[in-house]
Design a protein around this ligand. Structure first.
Ligand code: S3P
Length: 442
């Protein structure tokens, strides 16, 4: 579906309270751990976006019972006999658009002795590299086959007994790290993972909370994790905070407004996810994030407030910062286009293998809006100083984050703009347009 976005014209300096979508990474992990555990778990306020529904449907195919209750507060009740009793699926496991689903679940499935699985996904997912997890899982004894020597879906997994291995990973990727840790849960002995610092640490935190024998440490550049297996996961009840990656779009909108305040409660407060706030703090004095007292969330939460009408300056994002804001680059590029002075985002190679080539598509959005930018290898330079956004039609190529970044850009245009396939936002933030419609542009 294509959507024409027009900036609302009522001028007001109100305060808006925006409840953004719940956290995608945490919802995936809650579903996975609940499915591994024997008994009933409740995931309160889950994200019911397309990606997390893909994860749910994969575990349903393994015999896990899932009740999705959409009344407020939404919840998913998961009843499992435990991973030992997963049943042979009679259908393909469809991971849809979700890289997190396929990469994390591979670590689990590879260890399910005497079961066979076939993983498939949509066109975007089928072109994304899987060797980054398949390779290290094979080193643990996994049997995973697919096109490109196991680099692409469809992948066939024959569950096996796995052995613990010391892995050295060259990417700061939470998906790779988590996949190996999930496989490590089924191994007798210590799974060791070393990788560049900064990727999200939700899997480690959940394992720590559940009492697994997991040790994490960091050096200047590396993080090191040791997990002693086997570990049997217990059922749990968890409440999911708001996704900082979704809140980022409203943080950007708030800073680009000429006045008013946007407040976002219950935003996940985890430094491996809030790198975009550090960047926006360097660009403007309009952002505040205060830890809330709220109890019961799987990780701490805070109130994010963003004030419009303040000066906005260009900034540099270093490669080492990228893992903490890897999904927020398209939005940060939109904000940087309006800043006083240039911005330089360094080391964006991982963006090329996300749901789309996000570096190219971010550039295409800047181009369509009339911003001045340059791609220099894997770096993005943005001139800043954009005043009049050109009315544009933009095709996010099915990438939810690009569609939302384009919608924020469209808010700065005096004429209507058009986003093709605008409904792809359902992957991570199903009520994005409703939330956006409730906030004026001024
Ligand atoms: C995710 C990790 C990130 C991120 C993705 C979700 C996760 O990928 O881009 O949207 O939930 O573990 P990488 O860690 O592979 O960069």
């Amino acid at each position: 579906m294509k959507r024409t976005l027009e900036a609302p014209s009522n001028v007001s300096s109100e305060t808006y309270r925006v409840y953004c979508g719940r956290d995608k990474s945490l919802t995936h992990r809650a579903i996975m751990f609940a499915s591994l555990a024997e008994g009933t778990s409740t995931v309160l306020q889950p994200l019911l976006g397309a990606d997390c529904l893909s994860t749910l449907s994969c575990f349903q195919a393994l015999g896990v019972k899932v009740d999705v209750i959409t009344d407020s507060p939404a919840r998913v009740i998961i009843t499992s006999m435990g991973s030992k009793h997963f049943t042979q699926p009679t259908r393909d496991l469809d991971c849809g658009n979700s890289g997190t689903t396929v990469r994390l679940i591979l670590g689990i499935l590879a260890a399910q002795k005497s079961l066979t699985f076939r993983l498939v996904g949509d066109e975007s997912l089928s072109s994304r590299p899987m060797k980054r997890v398949v390779g290290p899982l094979r080193a643990m004894g996994a049997s995973i086959e697919g096109p490109g020597d196991g680099n692409f879906l469809p992948l066939t997994v024959h569950g096996r007994d796995l052995r613990p291995v010391a892995h050295t990973i060259d990417k700061a990727s939470a998906q790779i790290k988590s996949s190996l840790l999930l496989a490590g849960l089924f191994c007798r002995g210590t799974t060791h993972v070393e990788l560049p610092k900064g990727s999200r640490d939700h899997t480690e935190r959940v394992l720590q909370t559940m009492g697994a024998a997991i040790r994490t440490s960091t050096t200047d550049t590396l993080e090191v994790i040791d997990l002693a297996g086997p570990f049997v996961v217990k059922p749990m009840n968890v409440s999911i905070p708001v996704d900082p990656s979704s809140a980022a779009f409203f943080a950007g909108l708030g800073l680009l407004k000429s006045q008013g305040l946007i407040e976002m409660p219950e935003v996940l407060d985890n430094p491996t996810r809030t790198g975009f706030m550090n960047v926006l703090n360097r660009m403007s004095k309009g952002l505040q994030f205060i830890r809330s007292e709220s109890q019961g969330f799987v990780e701490p939460v805070g109130l994010l407030s963003v004030k419009g009408g303040l000066p906005l300056f260009g900034t540099t994002i270093d490669e080492s910062e990228v893992p903490t804001l890897v999904d927020e680059i398209p939005l940060l590029a939109v904000v940087a286009a309006f800043a006083k002075g240039p911005s330089l985002f360094r080391g964006l190679s991982e963006l090329r293998v996300k749901e789309s080539d996000r570096l190219l598509l971010t550039a295409a959005l800047l181009e369509a809006a009339g911003a001045v930018y340059e791609i220099r290898g894997d770096d993005l330079w943005i001139a800043g100083g954009l005043e009049a956004v050109k009315p544009f039609t933009f095709d996010p190529k099915g990438d939810h984050r690009l569609a939302m970044a384009a919608a924020i850009m469209a808010r700065r245009c005096k004429k209507p703009c058009c986003i093709l396939d605008s409904e792809c936002v359902r992957v991570s933030f199903p009520n994005f347009y409703e939330a956006l419609d409730a906030v004026n542009s001024f």
